[in-house]
Design a binder for this molecule. Structure first.
Ligand SMILES: *Cc1c(COP(=O)(O)O)cnc(C)c1O
Ligand SMILES: [Zn+2]
Length: 428
């Protein structure tokens, strides 16, 4: 191993620098968000790529099997006792039915729902909780629309650190809330929306000395960068034209921008893919700002079936603006109906995802129709969460909605007789 380079936490707003083991949740000088600054790797691109590739086929148990810690040198080079499930190593799927639906011939789906707790949040959480352990945090906390809390609960249990989660009462999908309870986090149902939960947990963690693990935590974003590193590695470091992802609090959009800028600056890729960030129309402050060339930062009261992106005042706004600008990216929004239609196509192709995830495919379809994406462009769409996260929406869509949508797959109740089965088959 080469000598470990120095890593800093740097304030986005004023440039103030903190050592990599400082527990501050934001800049102590100006309150700005902190980002991790990596020196350029000392190794050649070839050596680095070879090391990453070699770790893919490691058979010994341990964190280097992880699709996050495989990239440790460019994520958290100074981490030692890793809190890893392991996570990552998610598949890139080619599904003809989804390609036809989106009108995009070489669309690939990177299924982050295949992470241990069923969403990409595990990639950030393994790094965030490793850091919490490193600095001796007595407890960890987050506000969440559900997936962050499920992930934090699991990784905190693994690390043996108490976890406190703040979720909006009545607005969290069933799979996520029950997971969080199962993994043992102290769960607070806040009478307010996600944005209220976030400001409450920020205050509480500052006052009570609890380590904050929302996506404003810079280490979480370092972990989430590996979605991009891993997909680039899977493509032999030959980048696609576009990477599409759902956008809520904008932590992931920010992480993708950072990963792409770094991969390009360090020579891992020859050119930058364009980012396509997709919001739900009822929670689209970022898409509105994009249309005005980011002249104004908007805040809205969020409303959408896609609860994971039901966020009206995204915390990582500025970083996400940088990510879109740096990649010549696009921000769009899609209606709940378009999200559910895309989800039905993804589900029926056997891939499956939660509603928010389908926004990425719905967004690709929209840009193909608008002519911004050519049907031959190589596009990777991120499926952020697992189909079982939100059983409530599935029950409504397939069994309850009146009138049923064209893709609804109603179950058929029958008498226990062969005649009844034959009847059903004839009616197909
Ligand atoms: C967290 C999450 C998102 C949104 O990511 P942001 O970083 O908040 O923009 C999208 N989909 C799923 C399934 C999520 O859990
Ligand atoms: Zn500052």
């Amino acid at each position: 191993m080469p000598p470990t380079p120095r890593v800093w936490q740097v304030c986005d707003a004023c440039g103030h620098r903190l050592p990599d083991d400082d527990a501050a949740a934001q800049c102590p000088v100006c309150g700005g968000l902190l980002a991790i600054e990596h020196p350029a790797p000392v190794e050649t691109v070839t050596t680095l790529r070879e090391r990453f590739n070699h770790r893919c086929c490691m058979t010994s148990p341990g964190a280097m099997q992880s699709g996050v810690w495989r990239f440790a040198e460019v994520v958290h080079p100074t981490a030692d006792q890793l809190v890893s499930y392991p996570e990552g190593n998610t598949p890139l799927l080619a599904r003809d039915a989804v390609r036809r639906f989106a009108g995009c011939d070489s669309l690939l789906l990177k299924h982050e729902g295949m992470n241990p707790t069923g969403s990409f949040k595990d990639r950030g959480m393994t790094v965030g909780v490793t850091q919490a352990k490193r600095i001796g945090a007595r407890a960890v906390a987050c506000a969440s629309t559900g997936n962050t809390s499920a992930s934090l609960a699991s990784y905190a249990a693994l690390a043996g650190i108490p976890a406190l989660v703040f979720v909006p009462v009545g607005q969290v999908a069933l799979g996520k809330l029950t997971q969080t309870l199962a993994y043992g986090a102290r769960t607070l149902l806040v009478q307010g929306d996600f944005d209220a939960c976030l400001s409450l947990v920020r205050e509480a963690s500052a006052r009570l000395g609890i380590y904050l693990l929302n996506s404003i935590n810079p280490w979480r974003l370092e972990g989430q960068k590996t979605i991009v590193f891993e997909l680039l590695q899977q493509l032999g470091w030959d980048p696609p034209e576009w990477i599409a992802l759902p956008a809520g609090n904008l932590g992931n959009t920010a992480a993708f921008g950072k990963a792409l800028r770094e991969a390009h600056a360090w020579g891992l890729i020859p050119r930058l893919p364009r980012l396509l960030a997709v919001q739900a129309s009822g929670a689209a402050p970022f898409a509105t700002s994009f249309r005005e060339d980011f002249a104004v930062r908007h805040r809205v009261k969020a409303e959408t079936v896609a609860t994971a992106i039901k966020i009206g005042d995204p915390a990582s706004y500025e970083r996400a603006v940088d990510a879109i600008r740096a990649t010549n990216g696009v921000v769009t929004d899609v209606s709940d109906a378009e999200i559910l239609e895309a989800k039905a196509a993804i589900d029926a192709a056997g891939a499956g995802c939660e509603p928010a995830s389908a926004a990425s495919v719905a967004g690709v379809r929209r840009l193909v129709r608008e002519g911004a994406i050519a049907s031959g462009d190589r596009v990777v769409a991120i499926l952020t969460g697992h189909v079982l996260k939100d059983p409530g929406i599935l029950q409504w869509y397939h069994q309850e909605a009146v009138p049923p949508s064209a893709s609804a797959n109603r179950p058929i109740e029958i008498a226990p007789s062969l005649a009844a089965v034959e009847q059903v088959l004839q009616n197909r």
